[in-house]
Design a protein around this ligand. Structure first.
Ligand SMILES: Nc1nc2c(ncn2[C@@H]2O[C@H](COP(=O)(O)OP(=O)(O)O)[C@@H](O)[C@H]2O)c(=O)[nH]1
Ligand SMILES: [Mg+2]
Length: 321
């Protein structure tokens, strides 16, 4: 199955929980009145849209009613489609091309999919002709670096690791030194996810960033927060906390497969101020792709693969092929 098909399948539950209930509400109102807004608010919150996004969508519907674009309940869903596509497009940020080694920190709490994401990113960049190195910056558990080693071998890329309990900043020092000397295009840095020791984590991440920046100018160029889509609004709250610890440049949304809470993708940019950069739809090496608003909207609203998705519906962007 190609990526687009997987994405579409992944979003089925989200669509079901979100649009189905919205549709049921609007269909039962011949005339739009305050009671309809109240019912809509209830189903959106139940659908895990979060307060901010719910209020925004309702205000947009009110705008549509005022401008007469929405005349009765039947016009609500097509109108919302347009609003949602607009929100998705806010996430469409192209990664700038850089000279030298691009250093990418991967952060997030335990279990969200950081290590897996690094494995997938290593595969993706390698497939796209880039040289990749991995740094095992989660030195807290031996298992973390073993797991990462398996991914590195699978992608055929070098990995820099130290023994369990070693200073993560020392791993970053060695990795940045080596990546620079070997003219690597990308250095992916895994990190520990102990948010309950927030001040320690903050210290550790800051130190890692400082060391990286000393060896490679401007590093880390990206700090991507990995969020588990199945945790819905909790993920958004997690992200707010993380944003206080380190400056984030984007979000990787994992586990979109098997959740009805994919609506979280709408909250990320508006609530956190950073775009969704990658989406994960499974545990396989090819189950991660750059976020593409048009593709995501097509998958969400069940359009067949359009030009934006490539003729084979694989979900590859043109510039990727
Ligand atoms: N279904 C699904 N599982 C995922 C995805 N990404 C990661 N996982 C799984 O989530 C679990 C935790 O991943 P891991 O990378 O170890 O998380 P970490 O603790 O943040 O490093 C593993 O079993 C992964 O296979 C995804 O996009 N979809
Ligand atoms: Mg890990």
């Amino acid at each position: 199955m190609g990526f687009f098909s997987k994405l579409k399948k992944s979003l089925e539950k989200t669509k079901g929980s979100l649009f189905k209930n919205i549709e049921d509400v609007v269909r039962s109102y011949a005339r739009i009145d305050e009671e309809m807004y109240e019912d809509l608010e209830a189903v959106m919150l139940t659908g895990d849209m979060g307060m901010e996004m719910t209020e925004y969508l309702l205000s947009q519907i009110r705008t549509g009613v005022k401008s007469r674009e929405i005349k009765d309940g039947r016009d609500v869903i097509p109108y919302l489609e347009k609003v949602i596509i607009q929100i998705l497009k806010e996430n469409d940020v192209e990664a700038p091309e850089r000279e030298g080694t691009e250093v990418i920190f991967i952060v997030g709490v335990n279990g969200v999919g950081k290590t897996t994401t690094i494995g997938k990113l290593a595969k993706y960049y390698t497939d796209h002709g880039k040289s990749v190195m991995i740094a095992a910056g989660d030195t807290f558990r031996a298992a973390a670096s073993d797991q990462l080693t398996v991914w590195a071998e699978r992608a055929g890329v070098p990995i820099v690791k130290h023994r369990e309990g070693a200073d993560a900043a020392a791993v970053v020092f060695d990795a940045t030194t080596s990546a620079k000397a070997r003219h690597m295009d990308v250095l992916l840095v895994d990190t520990a996810g102990r948010l309950h020791t927030k001040s320690n984590l903050m210290e550790e991440l800051r130190k890692m960033a400082r060391i990286a920046g000393k060896n490679i100018e401007g590093a880390p160029h990206e700090t991507l927060l990995v969020l588990d889509a199945t945790t819905g609004q909790n993920a958004v709250n997690q992200a707010k906390l993380f944003g206080e610890v380190v400056p984030l440049t984007g979000v990787v949304l994992t586990k979109l497969d098997g959740t009805a809470k994919g609506g979280i993708v709408l909250s990320v940019k508006r609530v956190l101020g950073v775009p969704v950069r990658w989406v994960g739809v499974g545990e396989g090496a090819d189950d991660l792709r750059p976020f593409d608003a048009a593709q995501f909207a097509d998958a969400l609203f069940d359009k067949a693969g359009t030009a934006a998705n490539g003729e084979d519906g694989s979900g590859e962007r043109k510039e990727d092929t």
